[in-house]
Design a protein around this ligand. Sequence first.
Ligand code: BGC
Length: 752
Amino acid sequence: MYHCFLVPAIVVFSCTCRKPYETTDKMIERKIDSLLSDMTLEEKIGQTAQRGESSLNNGNLSEEIKDAVRKGRVGSFLNVTNPDNVKELQRIAIEESRSGIPLIFARDVIHGYKTIFPIPLGLAATWNPGVVEKCARISAEEATTAGIKWTFAPMLDICRDPRWGRIAESPGEDPFLASAMAKAYIKGFQGDDLSSITSIAACAKHFAAYGAAEGGRDYNSVSISEQLLRDVYLKPFYTAQQAGAATFMASFNDVNGVPSSGNEFLLKQILRDEWGFDGFVVSDWESVTEMINHGFCSDTMDAARRAAMAGLDMEMTSTAYEKYLEMLIQDNIINEKQLDEFVRNILRIKFRLGLFEQPYTTRNPEKVLLTDDNLDVARQAAIQSIVLLKNQGNILPLDKSTGKIAVAGPLADAPHEQLGTWIYDGEANDSRTPLAALRNYLGQDRVVFEPGLEYSRQKSREGFNKSLAAAENADVILFFGGEEAILSGEAHSRADINLPGAQEELINRLSETNKPLVLIILAGRPITLSNIIDKTDAVIMAWHPGTMGGPAIADVLFGKSSPGGRLPVTWPVTAGQIPVYYNHNNTGRPPDEDTFIPIDSIPVGIWQTSLDNTSHYRDIGFKPQFPFGYGLTYTCFEYSNIRLSKAVIHTGEAFEISADIHNTGLREGSEIVQLYVRDLVGDIVRPVKELKGFTRIHLQPGEQQRVTFVLSADDLAFHNRKMELVTEPGQFKVWIGKNSDEGLEATFELKK
Ligand code: BGC
């Protein structure tokens, strides 16, 4: 028997972030009242329209588009980056339209504008919100020079399926880590003051559960329990809302049969009523009219009706509102008050952005883009995102005096590919590649470059012999493999996630030279390695590391810096094992290392037996290749003396959990100390582990530090079967460790 007690709803759902705006908020609402009272129906509908033709960047603007702005039929543009056109469109909106409402210019500034940082999955691997905030700040400073005042980021889709191409844009599989990232991005993009010329409105996307697409196939259906939705997939979005995210984007997928753009439960009940969101929601690209394909709406008018009823404020690129909202209002199907609410939400953000006072935000980019400081942050972010996965015999770091280095693989000198997905404005010319950085380190002569493969999918073996010959004459082989940028990102799901093309074969051939072989992976997702990992001495995951990827990788290879990242996702052995994630529920028959019988140990012709009938795969077992939170360093950290300040805590109380971390190796290094808990018995089954804290520490050789986490009873809350947010009394386990699979264990009890 257990008793549950409710966490007061106000703690969870009140919106605390608006306080500093209170007085200005009132003034803003009054200004909106006055604007609304003077706007025609056409002008109101115009505010809900976002247009984005690529022609808007070429030469002269068409008369059609100028006229639409003049008549107040457009509220926002996306992807207009030609500064002259931005200025001219804004001038027409302000000076020639009746209401004089400024436009808001949007762009996907996802992991950098000109200075490109590691892909978001790589940034999550830093486990360093401070670095992520800096990257987002620089992105905002750079992008606002082109008049961009709204980015479609951060992407906060929890993802447990690396086949999904958009995992590259995601913060990974864990709601706690993703929430920390969410807060950092919002703070970085929006700054301390949204109306500052260098601030940019953030957009928490894709709301919701887009990362749970069936089979990892993009845009696919999501069947999900409300409990899982709330406790895992919505968590980073809630944090984003609390952190003051100005906008949200509705996702493409349906959630339990209802597409997000027409989903009243998501957009009204959760976002507005429960969380108190007062910014605006934009659809995804044509996601309103795609509700017809979903089989949720009969035609475009029906799509406009469903979206409006659900509370979607702005329509991206499709024109259902533009065509039918007026008719729907005149026929009393949609209340004009609902439209007023949309316009109010949009204008509120335009006011908060300071667009009415400062509509022209383009400025001289010269001293802002790609500055030395920006590049340095990009280099540090890449270093901290790099995860050392294997380091047999401590072959890394390499000694600078290592004689000759053979550089192979398709991604050693691929300036465009290292930037990764969603880089509209980043340029390959600005990239520093690993090859260039290695030559910088060692000089031209000691680095012999024979890629063997020109691009990651290449199947031709034509270049193999040259690459093998270079390897024969070298002391170490560095193989830069992985995926080209285009193989991850939107609509780039893969059924197999191994190294594409003939890369595995080339690695196999290179290993036959018996020279030390280091694999450096540049990719948008974990890559299954089971066919080749034994052929390598060391493996580094560098993600798509961005503009400064080359110097960052060279710094790590030669030990100038330690690899600073830890996995933000579980790394599967094979695609057939997916979904595989650390915070899963237990079954009634959990797998057991001691009793597990691998496929090849089963005697031929044996009778059916119930021995070892547990949850696993007979051919690959039940462990991932690498667990969530995993990453090696160039030194050793020992954990000892886990202690709790209280063994029994009560609701509303907090307590401390601490442990000693000792650098027992010979080099300095950073460790990411992680805190996990398990609620042993619940109203519904609770995950086997849940991340509840983490911190990055840096220790000199021999140095020891006591790391203390504070955990409160509220941190243990979850949604029960009645969808109440509760913390239940009972026994808990707690771990402090270096990843989700290892750690010092202790127990505590939560009492009423
Ligand atoms: C993507 C969004 C993106 C939008 C605008 C869509 O296809 O799903 O993430 O922000 O396009 O470019």
